[in-house]
Design a protein around this ligand. Structure first.
Ligand code: ZN
Ligand code: ZN
Length: 307
């Protein structure tokens, strides 16, 4: 079984570790300000030559932002020797990824819970806790473009890039891989339910007006591969939450617990007792945790989700 790769804490070593796994990386300044293009690639320059980034032949290894991403160890060495503290970026599409980006500051946890109540729990996959206490769920690219920000606080990243652990967020916190902290190369297909309507396979039957729109779909090892979340994963997620975001992290785990239990994938009472223990371990009071757990069972209105 693939237990993942421990990613070094030093950015240069981390970038080399990703590259060794075949992941294209590039250098991103801590403040995200892009590096200047060379004059032939700079649209403002008098000797600019019109071209698309993917067709660039200027030979300068840092032009065009994430299009410069590489697995070449020499170049990686050079970049991070020049700037040892630079963050590690990875373009999504160029690495064959599509990333579901959940930003709790803009209601992303609530959106994700509501989304999962509509389409079922998303397949478990490689996940990263962002330095801003958001969540990245890394899936394989479906091979075509996805809508940018379909729901409040949720972004489908495909054309853009993400930062990878151990990059530092503007909050000062580091990105880290969820669970054990080891990185597993994404190998789970982008969820069919999140594909643009025209790309979806026709549904097997009209949607019944029940709590679960796809009652027959989610069995263990569902199509598309990924393992489903276990109670342990949910507990780990709560324990990984940081001060300031503990409530929303707990609520998020509670929503998933209700959803998974609703599909008979876990036992609700087992999840409830494990999560309430975890909540107490991270400093939530019993009544806070209890209220939050119960309110996670309440289905938010579907109206906002009618796409
Ligand atoms: Zn150039
Ligand atoms: Zn160029």
């Amino acid at each position: 079984m693939n237990v993942g790769t421990k990613i070094p804490a030093v950015p240069l070593d981390a970038a080399l570790a990703y590259a060794a796994l075949g992941i294209k990386v590039f250098r991103v300044r801590r403040n995200k300000a892009p590096y200047a293009n060379c004059p032939r690639c700079d649209k403002q320059s008098s000797i600019y030559i019109k071209h698309r980034p993917e067709e660039c032949r200027c030979g300068v290894a840092t032009c065009h932002g994430f299009w410069a991403a590489t697995t070449n160890p020499e170049l990686i060495h050079r970049w991070w020797t020049e700037e040892p503290d630079a963050n590690v970026g990875a373009p999504c599409k160029l690495n064959g990824w599509a990333v579901l980006d959940v930003d709790p500051r803009n209601g992303g946890h609530t959106s994700l819970c509501a989304l999962e109540q509509r389409v079922g729990v998303l397949p478990g996959t490689t996940m990263q806790i962002t330095g801003g206490d958001g969540l990245h769920m890394l899936y394989l690219s479906p091979g075509f473009d996805l809508p940018g920000e379909p729901f409040p606080g949720i972004d489908f990243k495909h054309n853009g890039y993400i930062l990878l652990a151990p990059s530092v967020h503007s909050s000062g916190y580091r990105y880290q891989w969820a669970g054990s902290g080891a990185f597993r190369k994404p190998d789970v297909a982008w969820p069919e339910a999140l594909l643009p309507r025209k790309e979806r396979r026709p549904p097997p039957a009209p949607r019944p007006a029940t709590r679960n729109p796809f009652p027959s779909a989610p069995t263990k090892g569902r199509p598309g591969g990924g393992k489903m979340w276990s109670v342990e994963d949910l507990v780990q997620h709560v324990m990984d939450g940081r001060e300031g975001n503990r409530n929303s992290t707990f609520f998020f785990a509670a929503c998933r617990a209700h959803e998974l239990a609703g599909q008979n994938l876990i036992s609700l009472s087992e999840a409830e007792s494990a999560l309430l223990h975890a909540a107490s371990a991270i400093g939530l009071t019993d009544s806070e945790a209890r209220n939050s757990f119960d309110s996670a069972a309440t289905r938010p209105g579907d109206r906002a989700w009618a796409a």
